[in-house]
Design a protein around this ligand. Structure first.
Ligand SMILES: [Zn+2]
Length: 73
């Protein structure tokens, strides 16, 4: 899990300031989408990322995306 989280986190930072949905992010990181989502939740718990709904800059779908930083709330 730790290495999957690392791959996912790196992909998010590579895309910044753009965002990708979990489907595109998982392909980019080379992991399964379900693993990418699990890794995302793991990263959110560490308070370094948050999940929100945005349009994916890659496929154009509006879906859950993982964003680096803390949620503005
Ligand atoms: Zn996408």
């Amino acid at each position: 899990m730790a290495s999957t989280a690392k791959l996912v986190a790196r992909a998010v930072f590579e895309n910044s300031p753009f965002v990708r949905c979990f489907r595109c992010l998982s392909r980019q990181a080379g992991v399964a989408e379900s693993d990418a989502r699990k890794a995302g939740q793991h990263l959110v718990k560490r308070d370094e990322f948050f999940i929100t709904r945005r349009e994916c800059q890659f496929c154009g779908r509006t879906d859950d995306v993982l964003v680096g930083g803390k949620a503005a709330a």
